[in-house]
Design a protein around this ligand. Structure first.
Ligand SMILES: [Zn+2]
Ligand SMILES: [Zn+2]
Length: 382
């Protein structure tokens, strides 16, 4: 076992270096030894140096670990922290982003270690495919009644040629030579021996020599799948429908979910407020005066509605049970009909005369709104 070098020496800083000094020193060395930045023949050496400086930085940039190291040296660190713990919490990401490197170098060098939370690790581990999201536009009536739609969803599925194996049919996977089929690599690090996921085979333990021609070894292929979506009655814009397991297949064949986001097209006549629908209905001035019956459109055909004599413009009538079905409970909303009394236009001379003759017969008793208005006005200036 090689003797472990002093962390301060590794980074080339003094024992009383500030946090900024340590960060700057690591930054400089990371640039120098990044394995992607050295010639191929120096790569192995650079990787070793890179590990060494990363470990030194992880310890010295953390107050607690640095104190432990200052007091007890490498043995103190080894006694208290696992190799993985040494790196936990160390901020490599901002330095690397700063330098324009990805953090994938860590996975290459250290294997599947996961102290960065890059997201790749967890998806590889669970192997679950991506969730998919689609927008679905439906009409106002479809939202009220419910509907079934067929969507064409492009997604990854398990390759039908190789059944997800990734190998050309008739050929076999070969054991990974780096990890000898175990999927894991043991690395000696000074006092530590740690086991990491083999980076050559991503922990699978094998490699594909003759890839499947359909999926090029991926084990998945892109297909356009027709999927039937049942939209329940009562949905509104923004509703999410989750179709479990209809998302993409992951590397291990486990599928994500499919989310359908509903968009309900506006209606030319109706407006929706929760489970009720609103309608503005023009009613003739004569019907409003004398009362009568009018036809009112609803989501399921016309219904007749009584207009009482003397109905004022703006009056709202409620037709029970003609709204939207309640999505999460029994029953229906209502239809609210707002009457707009229509003032006739383009009158003939004769019609105008009739109205003038009619007007002179009116007094306050026939004009309730005028009467109450005048009353309020009198109080105001008393
Ligand atoms: Zn295939
Ligand atoms: Zn391997």
């Amino acid at each position: 076992m090689a003797t472990k070098r002093d962390y301060y020496e590794v980074l080339g800083v003094s024992r009383n270096a500030s946090k900024e000094d340590i960060r700057a020193a690591f930054r400089k060395l990371a640039m120098q030894y990044h394995p992607d930045r050295v010639p191929a023949e120096k790569k192995k050496e650079a990787e070793e140096r890179f590990k060494e400086i990363s470990e030194a930085y992880a310890v010295l940039s953390d107050d607690q670990k640095r104190a432990q190291y200052d007091q007890f040296g490498h043995e103190g660190i080894g006694a208290r922290y696992s190799y993985e713990d040494i790196f936990r919490g160390a901020d490599f990401t901002s330095i690397f982003e700063d330098l324009g490197f990805g953090t994938s170098i860590f996975e290459e060098i250290f294997g599947d270690f996961g102290f960065f939370g890059t997201g790749r690790r967890s998806s590889r581990r669970t192997g679950r495919g991506r969730d998919l999201q689609f927008d679905l536009e439906i009409s106002f009536e479809e939202a009220a009644r419910g509907t079934t739609k067929t969507l064409v969803v492009p997604r990854y599925e398990v390759c039908s040629t190789c059944r997800g194996e990734g190998t050309k049919p008739g050929t076999k996977k070969v054991e990974c030579s780096r990890c000898r089929g175990t999927g894991q690599i043991k690395v000696a690090q000074g006092f530590f021996t740690l086991t990491t996921t083999c980076a050559s085979c991503q922990g699978e333990g094998y490699r594909i020599q003759t890839p499947c021609p359909t999926c090029r070894g991926q084990g998945r292929e892109k297909v356009e799948r027709r999927i039937e979506v049942k939209v329940p009655p009562g949905v509104d814009t923004g509703a999410h429908l989750r179709l479990s397991g209809e998302g993409e297949a992951g590397p291990t064949g486990v599928r994500g979910d499919l989310y359908i986001v509903i968009y309900v097209k506006p209606h030319p006549l109706f407006e929706r407020h929760d489970d009720d629908i609103y309608l503005e209905l023009p009613v003739s001035f004569v019907t409003a005066c004398l009362g009568g019956e009018v036809e009112v459109p609803t989501l399921n055909g016309n219904v007749k509605m009584k207009i009482p004599p003397g109905t004022q413009s703006g009056k709202v009538f409620r037709i029970r049970g003609k709204g939207f079905p309640r999505l999460h409970s029994a029953g229906q909303g209502d239809e609210l009909v707002r009457v707009i009394v229509e003032v006739p236009t383009a009158l003939t001379a004769e019609q105008k005369k009739l109205l003038r003759d009619f007007a002179v017969t009116l007094d306050e008793a026939s004009l309730p709104l005028t009467r109450s208005f005048q009353e309020k006005l009198r109080h105001l200036f008393k």
